[in-house]
Write a protein of this length. Sequence first.
Length: 483
Amino acid sequence: MAGIGFELKKLFRATGVLSMLKAYGYTGMVTAGPMLLGVLFLLSINYIGRAAGLQKPEQDLLVCMITYCLLASMTIGSIFSMVMTRYVADLLYEEKEKDVIPSMEGILGFEMPFGGILWIIFLLNAGIDLMLCILNFVLFMELIVAWTQMNYLTAVKDYKGILMSYVYAIIFSVLTAMFGCAFLGVSLHILMLSVSVGYGVMIVYDMILLYGYFPNSMENHFAFLPWFDEYKDLMLVGFFTNLGLFSHLVIAWMSDVGIQIKGLYYGAPQHDVAALFAFITILITTINFVASVEVNFYPKYRRYYDLFNGTGSIVEIEQAENEMITVLEHELVYTARRQFYATALILSVGLVFLERLPLGFDSLMEGYFRVLSVGYGAYAVGNVLMLILMYFTDYEDARNSAILFGVSSTVLSALSLLLEAKYYGFGFALSCIIYFVFALFKLISYTQKLPYHILSSQPIVAERHYGFGSKLYAFISRNQNAA
């Protein structure tokens, strides 16, 4: 979240409700914008299609195609995102802003061909017509770019501009769908095109913001590659967290409540709709973590580590550590309490509201929503604990927490298929609780021996990991110099 903390501090220090709302609004916009945009596109475009006379099988296929693109692109992006976030943070710390844009261009040069080839293989066997394949491919590639942009937009202070990119995306998408259905007739092609237009507008607008904010050296496009050797644990953290978060959806598609929509497109409408709204409940914790934990905790964290650079006495270091841990405990309890209250409120009032919407909520969907909301709530707090472990550079425990979550979510969700359909969400919920407990235990254990980890567990001589990323970067550099 490079850059957002500094800007938010000014808003939180300002008095008035408006400043507070702006701070939380900016945080939600940057951290959850593209995902919320995807949900909004899915609901609004599907509604327009239904109002224009789109048949139920085609409505289901539209939802499946958008969902598949979202999940597949997020999975590809999760492999690279955390390492690139670390690389961008290092560039900003070293005041090498001119290399930020080249790194974005470079990582897209890896993500887009890698993800594109895999998605083409899927689409060739998906069982849909050629034009739908092309539109699916375009949307998938746009989403790859959108997730990557999020790693960089946090450093751009133009939050109004970011907000406007979302507004324009929604406007252009809805207008394309409405005019297309009105003049050309309702079809899956028009509706998929409208979603692609919306994300395309957002991507172009965000690119303008990025290129306007950062200077561009037009060099060092692949200087980030050695970071994948140095911080390979972050790749595993990103991938397994994403796996744990969404594997239960794919498994539900193959369950008794799952149906084959068309070709390789499967869905479980009763489970998926409940999971979608349950997932939205964790945005409260996501936003609160960035806006509250980072803003309040980071100054104490920074002061504590600065004292180890020869400027602090033992007494000052101990005092700073106590202050830091106290603030951390307060913010974590505050975050967990807020998520608990939000989950309890949504399970009571929110469920009544959902029942009134034309979503077909029945007793089975209500049960899924309750269980999955509890699971996502536990995941949200557990994920905050894992992120704090990474704050303390305890990448090993963060990696182990993510792997445990990814594996347990997948295995327990698969095992739950042996039970009645009403128990399908329990495997995911249990894995989230396991994730929370494990991450909490690791964080407590690490912070109890914090001075030891800072002074004694680090290598005396800096170790450089020379692996595939470093070799590839050396190869690319040699060929560029030769050219």
